[in-house]
Design a protein around this ligand. Sequence first.
Ligand SMILES: Nc1ncnc2c1ncn2[C@@H]1O[C@H](COP(=O)(O)OP(=O)(O)OP(=O)(O)O)[C@@H](O)[C@H]1O
Length: 268
Amino acid sequence: MRNITAQASAAAAKPAGSDVAVEVRGVCKMYNEVEALRSIDLDFPVGKLTTLLGPSGCGKTTLLKIIAGLIPATSGEIRVNGNVVTGPGPERAFVFQDFALMPWATVMRNVAFGLELKGMGKDERQSIARKYIAEVGLSGFENKYPHELSGGMRQRVGLARAFAANADVLLLDEPFSAVDEQNRRKFQEDLLRLVELEKKTFIFVTHSIEEAVYCSDRIVILSRRPGRIAQVIEPDIDREADPDAIRRDQGYLDTVEEIWQGLKRYVD
Ligand SMILES: Nc1ncnc2c1ncn2[C@@H]1O[C@H](COP(=O)(O)OP(=O)(O)OP(=O)(O)O)[C@@H](O)[C@H]1O
């Protein structure tokens, strides 16, 4: 495990030896009188999964929304692929907690919708959508409607839609919170496979320390509100290993424990 807490500055929060997809510089966010985020400096490396972890209300979702361009920072700036963010853009896809699927459209139409908006022909967009529907494990469900799917399956549709739109940066806000424990584990394994396969930059918010350690290349721990970077941890996990073996691995367990020791002071 690489722990780069000591110098939680822009330099410290910079990943070693990799390209940067998203740069966060001096980001502060006020909601009227409420200071949600204070002076966030952070780099998100290309092709890696970075998790934002921290106590409830520390500004994780706020930071994700600012990166998505859904809300503005009060000060500071975000760059994606070197360009300053001024609003949402096609290179970023937000996978919402509540799925945000169109209830009147099939899985196929939901997944292909971004391509339809771009004016792509039906055959081409369906062929792209089919590929990603298969990648998230939903082959055979193309003609189903969201209400015919479980929460976990709807979540997968949301992911497939983000992949089909060919975004470089995927922003996932607690994507597994609405699914049961077994499905959650299966999803985590699928997510790791997709990170490997797709080489996209994933920014992930979770409340689960175990999930963060299992899935992440880097974990950014935010302090209680106003959110500041408290710690950046790079878990040293052999992801080639069997998932059950990883969860029993001493390095994994020690990392979970260390993060818990750091976070438990925030729990009332
Ligand atoms: N639209 C808003 N108007 C006013 N305050 C807000 C708004 N959105 C968020 N906040 C406040 O800003 C702080 C950060 O909220 P945010 O949802 O980003 O935290 P979070 O870390 O994602 O929380 P959780 O872990 O509980 O989901 C909280 O105190 C929240 O109440």
